[in-house]
Design a protein. Structure first.
Length: 400
């Protein structure tokens, strides 16, 4: 065991060294394949990394929403039309959301569960699409046409689709929702017609998050579990885009690039500390990145080069709540969805120090019975309880 309560500070460095030495044991890259066609893209991952969702070509050359688990890619079908796409998944992997054509050729937001694809309707127009779902699968967000044929950000719950409005313009769309479904982020037109990243709450309405200096547009793509950290990208008049991370205290931070001009952030961990996306490198190629405050922006192809043979990771689109699993797509004899297991944090490692020990056990005990969707909620079910304690106990001593 790496430490006892009386000697934590003295032996913490030993735990870190142990992590460095052993982290690679569990690192892996899985290429998910297709549904018979020549391309696939991953857009969402469950909390434990076991379920991945996205879209893939079938043998007929049609896009289909997929749910991947245990090496099997399942075609989720459509709403009566010929194509579909999945963009979000609940924490337990049971609920999938996206868009699908119905028999009338209209693109509709869907919520899939237990083999059934439900049409979520619209705001009075013909079409809609769902981009994200809350951790428990109850709240869905996306964009839908209203009766005036304007696209509007929506929040759906218990069969009711709510129009979230705009920032003074005509249109908006929601791309992500906090773990509890209370905070929604996306893009909306302001009175001048510019798209701006927004953060919406029931009490505060739609907040304009601004944009980066020298940029006139912004787009919010994901949000931390508690809704306090927002990530996305800003765009200037020339069309160049830069990834950002926003907090109420720090405003909008430029995350930089990999040596080129362009970047975009698409996913963030539950605590808001780890951001993933796509950025241009010095050679002009677009590569998947991971950003942290301590390490800055790193090319995942460099960090995990030992896992890649004649292949590369092009775009990272989502990350699991604990930051361990990253999904997206890259090139592996063709454009293919991937699941990257970074190996960290270890299962049950609540304090993220590379060692599952009594400190992790105590952290869960002190939070016991409290609201989840944080590090102590290891199974990501919304409550810190005995199931989380058992995860620590079953993995006790790992990495130490």
């Amino acid at each position: 065991m790496c430490y006892t309560q009386n000697r934590f500070n003295a032996l913490l460095s030993a735990c870190v060294l142990s992590l460095i030495a052993t982290a690679g044991w569990s690192q892996s890259i899985t290429w998910l394949g297709t549904l018979g066609g020549n391309r696939s893209e991953a857009w969402g991952v469950s909390a434990d990394g076991a379920v991945v969702v996205g879209l893939a070509y079938n043998a007929a050359g049609q896009w289909r929403a997929f749910r991947w688990e245990n090496g099997v890619m399942q075609d989720l079908g459509t709403l009566g039309g010929y194509q579909s796409a999945a963009y979000g998944v609940s924490a337990d992997g049971a609920v999938v959301v996206g868009g699908a054509y119905n028999a009338a050729g209209q693109w509709r937001a869907f919520r899939w569960q237990n083999g059934v694809m439900q049409d979520l309707g619209t705001l009075g127009g013909d079409e809609s699409v769902a981009y994200a779902v809350s951790a428990d699968g109850a709240v869905v967000v996306g964009g839908a046409e209203n009766a005036a044929w304007q696209a509007r950000a929506f929040r759906w719950q218990n069969g009711v689709m709510q129009d979230l409005g705009t920032l003074g313009g005509d249109e908006s769309v929601a791309y992500a929702v906090s773990a509890d479904g209370a905070v929604v982020v996306g893009e909306a037109e302001n009175a001048a017609g510019w798209e701006r990243a927004f953060r919406w709450t029931a009490s505060g309405g739609m907040q304009d998050l601004g944009t980066l200096p020298g940029y006139n547009r912004s787009y919010a793509s994901d949000v931390s579990a508690d809704g306090s950290v927002v990530v996305g990208w800003a765009r200037n008049a020339a069309g160049w885009e830069r990834a950002f991370r926003w907090t109420a205290s720090g405003g909008m931070q430029d995350l930089g690039t990999l040596g080129g001009y362009w970047s975009g952030a698409y996913g963030v961990s539950a605590d808001g500390a780890v951001v993933v996306g796509e950025a241009e490198n010095a050679a002009g190629f677009y590569r998947a990145f991971r950003w942290t405050a301590s390490g800055g922006m790193e090319d995942l192809n460099t960090t995990y080069a030992s896992l890649l043979t004649n292949s590369h990771l092009g775009r990272a689109t989502a990350i699991s709540p604990d930051g361990r699993y990253i999904v997206g797509w890259g090139y592996n004899g063709g454009w293919n969805a991937f699941l990257l297991d970074t190996g960290f944090p270890l299962r049950g490692d609540v304090n993220r120090n590379g060692c599952v020990d009594d400190a992790d056990l105590l952290q869960v005990l002190f939070a016991f019975g409290g609201r989840g969707y944080r590090n102590e909620d290891l199974n990501w079910d919304g409550t810190v309880d005995d199931a989380d304690l058992l995860i620590v106990l079953f993995n006790f001593g790992s990495g130490c």
